[in-house]
Write a protein that binds this ligand. Sequence first.
Ligand code: NAP
Ligand code: MG
Length: 398
Amino acid sequence: MTRIGMKNPIVELDGDEMTRVLWGLVKEKLILPLVDLKTEYYDLGLMNRDATGDEVTFESARAILRLGVGVKCATITSNAARKEEYGLGELYPSPNATIRSILDGTVFRKPIAVSSIRPSVSRWKKPIVIGRHAYGDVYKAVEMEVEGPGRVELVYTGVNGAERRITVADFEGPGVVQGTHNYDASIRSFARACFLYALEEKLPVWFAAKDTISKIYDGRFKAIFNEVYETEFKEKCAAAGISYFYTLIDDAAARVVKDEGGFLWACKNYDGDVMSDMIASASGSLAMMTSVLVSPAGAFEYEAAHGTVQRHYYLWRKGEKTSTNPVALIFAWTGALAKRAELDRTPELANFARRLEAAALAAIEEGAMTADLAKLASPAPVQALDSWEFVDAVAKRL
Ligand code: NAP
Ligand code: MG
């Protein structure tokens, strides 16, 4: 049988631990037998990031800007424990934060729905999509320990030398301080990305911040969102029957669990980090959540929303066949291949991506699933499959 060809490559970013194991499995069993895969490969495994002084992360992000489409495996964000575990030279920032700040994008996370798994919030009838601003705030913060009594100030020095300063705090003893920032241009592209996504998916938009407390910082987010809506999208949204709703973040959190879903919730960076995991887990499992980073330059990076599943990896290293769910990784690949197909106008490849998604969902609906889903499914399956059995079940249907 001839395999499906690709016109242009996608950027492949390999990762760590259990997701690295599943990455290879998904490629070998579900993609390579049917697709003549073209990728530009970057190894973002922790050891290679360390060996290259993290240069590989920067190169991979630039490659995504150049080729337009990337697919990323989960990666370890190094910390003191990992430094010790892997004997690392240095602690580098989270690769996701590095890539997001180079692409200046917005991350959209959407639960993957299957009929046999009901969300834990019984009122939810439709998926809630999170649009997470992927630049700045605490993810680009500078932090400092304050050793003892003294004053901390914020100082702005204009290019003409003019200076403005305000006092952050007068310390009487030790403490900590943090400086965060964002740019109008980045907030504006965040707002645009959200309205464009909402129009494409026909979803109402909610945006929430805390402008009553943070009048200047969060106030700017609210004002720019409103301006982008009023000047660029109000008419298009009205024509598509899409509403825009602004509220305070705590009010939004309270409303979300009472609503029936089916909207795009635009979140600032930190809110999106927290709320997307909450929505994912309440919708079923962290492994049933797709994630795509959309840059204003028109580049797309697809990934799973979950991490490297460290606990399972340690079991696998001891020789156990774990029941780790590869669905979000499969959907990262299908998302990237479908986008490549759309940009290259290659309908065969688009068709493959659709069929692979359908095969994964059909397997689950017919009772073939990993342990995380088996606990939630109704009717419950006779037994949960390990990752290898599940991938075989998908391959059989594909
Ligand atoms: P995690 O990998 O998301 O896993 C947390 C727990 O969620 C797992 O122990 C497992 O629960 C469950 N889970 C997640 N994905 C699953 C899957 N595919 N199938 C079945 N169960 C799944 O988070 P973590 O263990 O806190 O973080 C591990 C590493 O991932 C860290 O080094 C972190 O830096 C990194 N991380 C990377 C990304 C990314 O690259 N996008 C995102 C988040 C975290 P049970 O143990 O109950 O089975
Ligand atoms: Mg998170």
